[in-house]
Design a protein around this ligand. Structure first.
Ligand code: HEM
Ligand code: HEM
Length: 171
């Protein structure tokens, strides 16, 4: 795909999906531990307390919402492609950005799937993968956010603005 074939920016739907998923991921990271008491109770074969089950349901349903939104988002992304990197960006930086975005897509699709396999099918290994991913996600999202702010304030490219304002001419 040449630069001329690439869309000039993101659609309003893509932007809404980006920020809705980002907010849900942050909530899941902050409140993730709240599902553990209920999960432990089920693993022991006992009934969880009502309050623990309430907390667990919040984690499960917000997480499944991320999966639905992520599939929607990936479908639009595959259909439209992504806008070109800022002019003059080095090949190395382009590769780092593409790799980071790939990891972030793996996170928003993979976390709900591993969580669901642990929760609904009692797959302990998937639960471990799900838990071990937490620090990795914190690091990758921090780098991603820092890169966006660096592009905006230091490089002065349109990268952050195009994830805030829909492109006028959508191709
Ligand atoms: C966006 C998606 C999700 C994120 C970012 C996320 C994040 C987390 C975090 C941070 C923890 C705590 C890890 C720790 O304290 O070490 C956790 C635990 C857990 N999550 Fe999720 N989660 C997501 C979706 C889901 C879904 C959809 C389910 C189930 C349907 C689920 C089931 C679980 C279970 C069962 C645990 C406890 C694992 C254990 O005790 O071994 N998660 N999650
Ligand atoms: C959990 C949180 C986040 C996730 C999962 C996430 C995920 C993603 C993904 C997958 C893309 C690639 C879009 C595509 O081409 O389809 C992207 C782009 C972008 N993200 Fe995030 N993001 C998160 C948080 C943030 C934050 C906090 C910021 C800003 C401070 C940010 C700023 C951006 C910008 C500016 C782009 C556009 C990059 C470009 O057009 O080259 N994101 N994000």
């Amino acid at each position: 795909m040449t630069v001329a074939d690439k869309p000039s920016g993101y659609t309003g739907t893509q932007i809404l999906l980006h920020w809705a998923i980002a907010a849900l991921i942050v909530v899941q990271l902050v409140l993730g531990e709240d599902i553990k008491p209920a999960h432990r109770a089920f693993s022991r074969g006992t009934e969880p307390a009502a309050a623990d089950m309430f907390n667990a349901n919040i984690h499960v349903y917000l997480g499944l919402a991320v999966l639905v939104l992520a599939i929607w988002r990936l479908a639009i992304r595959l259909q439209r492609g992504a806008p070109a990197a800022p002019p003059g960006e080095s090949v190395m930086l382009k590769r780092i950005a593409a790799a980071t975005h790939l990891v972030l897509y793996l996170v928003i699709l993979g976390m709900p799937v591993t969580g669901a396999l642990a929760w609904y099918f009692g797959l302990g290994t998937m639960g471990e993968v799900h838990e071990l991913a937490k620090p990795v996600i914190v690091i990758v999202v921090s780098l991603h956010a820092a890169a966006a702010l660096w592009q905006h304030f230091y490089v002065k490219s349109d990268v952050l603005v195009r994830m805030l304002r829909p492109a006028r001419r959508l191709s």
